[in-house]
Design a protein around this ligand. Structure first.
Ligand code: GDP
Length: 197
């Protein structure tokens, strides 16, 4: 997987304009600034993949990337928890996300990214609830593991594992990554390879 470049092929701002369902999909979500773009770039080995689609309003759309000659599609979901977002936008975001998560049988897994440096925020809990309500399989990926001391990382892992245990739709394996050092990237690729068509 990811031996060949992934390419951006579709941006969606509304649930009635999604691309046709084809390859298995894996979606990436998390708070704004969690390190999602960096992780997508590290994962694919493409320095600017997650910037390819930078247009105004990009944060409000779902971006689709096709990988490995159509065997897998990566979906970059808009970051949440952005303090300046208007309340109505948040409601729109939740609505779009929920409809997408509910109505996408090809969606094999959602990766919920969590920053190693910050504790779980209310917006993360809301995202966990959304994923649970939509009954999609999801997996936690800890980002920026290089930026915390070992003891702090272990505390964060324990906290997140406790959350995972309470959620039946959560994959038990919590992946620990750093886009900076490449830690956990091969493991993440291996995980995605099990989901590809
Ligand atoms: P996004 O908003 O979720 O797409 O986050 P970005 O990928 O743009 O990253 C947000 C900030 O976190 C940037 O300043 C990155 O340089 C930084 N960052 C991302 N990944 C890592 C990482 O693995 N380690 C460290 N130390 N910083 C990171």
């Amino acid at each position: 997987l990811f031996a060949r470049p992934c390419t951006f092929f579709y941006a969606s701002q509304a649930i009635n304009q999604l691309p046709p369902m084809g390859a298995p999909e894996v979606a990436f979500c998390g708070r704004s600034n969690v390190g999602k773009s960096s992780l997508l770039n590290a994962l694919t080995g493409q320095k600017a993949l997650a910037r390819v689609s930078v247009t105004p309003g990009r944060t409000r759309q779902l971006n689709f990337f096709t990988c490995d000659e159509g065997r897998l599609t990566l979906v970059d979901m808009p970051g949440y928890g952005y303090a300046k977002a208007a309340k109505t936008l948040k409601a729109d975001w939740q609505g779009l996300m929920f409809d997408f998560l509910r109505g996408r049988p090809v969606l094999r897994r959602v990766l919920l990214l969590m920053d190693a440096r910050v504790e779980t925020k209310p917006a993360d809990r809301a995202a966990l609830d959304l994923l649970s309500d939509a009954a999609v399989a999801f997996q936690i990926v800890i980002t920026k593991a290089d930026d915390v001391k070992k003891a702090q990382l272990e505390k964060r892992i324990t906290e997140i594992e406790a959350i995972v245990k309470k959620r039946t739709a959560a994959h038990p394996l919590v992946l620990i990554t750093s886009s900076e050092t490449g830690q956990g990237i091969p493991e993440l690729r291996a995980e995605l390879a099990t989901l590809a068509g």
